[in-house]
Design a protein around this ligand. Structure first.
Ligand SMILES: [Cu+2]
Length: 422
């Protein structure tokens, strides 16, 4: 039994709430039924993925410039994580992203240009932050274990065109030198149910890690409550240089079926074939994911939850990894949050030699993580927060148990204190 402490991450949705009236107008002008959500601009989180229509939008900034509509959105998390011990580490870091989208009516449809940026490469030093049992991608030329890589400066650079096809139907085209193909749930940084949990899911590389891919082209059709999409993209994960835009052949493909029966629910199943996703690992992967997200608004808040599953089949040796997760965030009293996540994830590169021997020795290791946190904004507008973080694993032979507890203390000076909850 090993103990460590996590004290982490106080955040500010770096957003304002101006000009809510234009938003209201759009929402009230339409019956927000399934077909309006599918492909609808307001619902899109990253790439062409959807959060349910009932997701809170009070932290987006909507403006207009002439006949263009502008939408700005962003989040900044700053904090210190302490996961001391042989596998862990401590770090002061910031995770953040900023998104801007401009849209315009063209030929009876909507044309949109979007950019999403992150300064993670500067604010997460040495190319990783500690996260016990996390794996995926590389830092300093070696596979990352017990850590998470920062996101790229250019998370998304994309154009999209959405066009109605008569009653209840529409199609959309999306093209992005850097963007999010139709594979997986809404990526965790943008998923409504993970809105106050900046740490990556342990299942990230089994579920939604393609959210930053190169050379993405997606075509989709929406029909009633259903959306069906297909994408081509470059399968290789972003390289370690997080400041540039990578390039590669469009060598991978995916498809996704989204169902949004009403404004509260959205679910998806998707599958893709990825060519050489991991820089240091041979072989291609087939990835399959499914997820359901539910958002329930109530007076002065809402409750958002997701159930997630992702599976990677490594074609080089037939190895299969599954990751399951449940996460939830409840906002209450306008500005307070309670959030948590529980995961159970197969890992194959946590221990020396595990990757090499896994073909001969079936390793059904199960690794789980629990993230839980709370945030309160006292009347001053400062934000107090904390996170409880616990992980444990039980792997055949090399088993161990980690238990963790942490507690947060108030951290003042939310940079957006003046506008949050306005
Ligand atoms: Cu990611």
């Amino acid at each position: 039994m090993r103990k460590f402490l996590t004290l982490i991450l106080v955040t500010g949705p770096l957003c304002a709430q101006m000009d809510h009236s234009s938003m209201q107008h759009d929402l009230s002008g339409h019956e927000m039924s399934g077909h309006d959500m599918l492909g609808g601009m307001v619902m899109e989180a990253s790439g062409t993925s959807f959060n349910p229509a009932a997701s809170p939008m009070n932290d987006m900034l909507h403006l207009s410039a002439g006949s263009w509509r502008l939408m700005l959105h962003g989040q900044v998390f700053v904090g210190d994580t302490q996961q001391s011990g042989p596998r862990g580490g401590d770090k002061f870091a910031s995770m953040n992203w900023f998104m801007g989208e401009a849209s315009h009516s063209v030929w009876g449809g909507t044309f949109a240009v979007r950019s999403m940026l992150s300064v993670d490469p500067a604010t997460v030093t040495n190319k990783r932050y500690p996260e016990l049992f996390q794996t995926g991608e590389t830092a300093q030329g070696r596979p990352i274990t017990d850590g998470q890589h920062p996101h790229d400066l250019f998370m998304e650079l994309a154009v999209r065109y959405t066009h109605p096809l008569g009653e209840n139907k529409r199609f959309w085209l999306y093209a992005a030198p850097v963007g999010d193909p139709a594979l997986g749930p809404v990526a965790f940084p943008h998923r409504v149910s993970a809105a106050e949990l900046p740490q990556a899911t342990l299942g990230h590389h089994l579920q939604d890690s393609t959210h930053i891919s190169d050379e993405v082209v997606t075509g989709g059709v929406g029909w009633g409550i259903f959306g069906l999409e297909a994408s081509g993209f470059h399968g290789g994960e972003p390289d370690e240089n997080r400041w540039n835009i990578d390039h590669g052949a469009m060598d991978s493909y995916s498809g996704r079926l989204t169902v949004s029966p009403n404004k509260n629910w959205s679910g998806q199943v998707s599958a893709g074939r990825l060519t050489r996703p991991e820089a240091l690992e041979p072989g291609d992967q087939v990835r399959t994911t499914a997820s359901v997200t539910y958002v329930r608004p109530y007076a002065r808040g809402e409750w958002a939850s997701s159930v997630l599953w992702g599976r990677v089949h490594k074609l080089a040796d037939g190895h299969k990894l599954n990751g399951y997760g449940v996460e939830s965030v409840a906002r209450f009293g306008d500005v307070n949050y309670l959030t948590g996540r529980v995961e159970l994830v197969d890992k194959d590169e946590l221990f020396a030699g595990q990757f090499a021997r896994r073909a001969a020795v079936p390793d059904r290791g199960i690794y789980g993580g629990v993230h839980a946190g709370f945030e309160f904004y006292p009347a001053s507008g400062d934000r107090a927060g904390g996170e409880f973080y616990a992980v444990q694993h039980a792997a055949g032979g090399s088993s161990g148990l980690w238990a963790a507890s942490g507690s947060g203390i108030g951290v003042p000076a939310n940079p957006a204190a003046g506008v949050v909850g306005a």
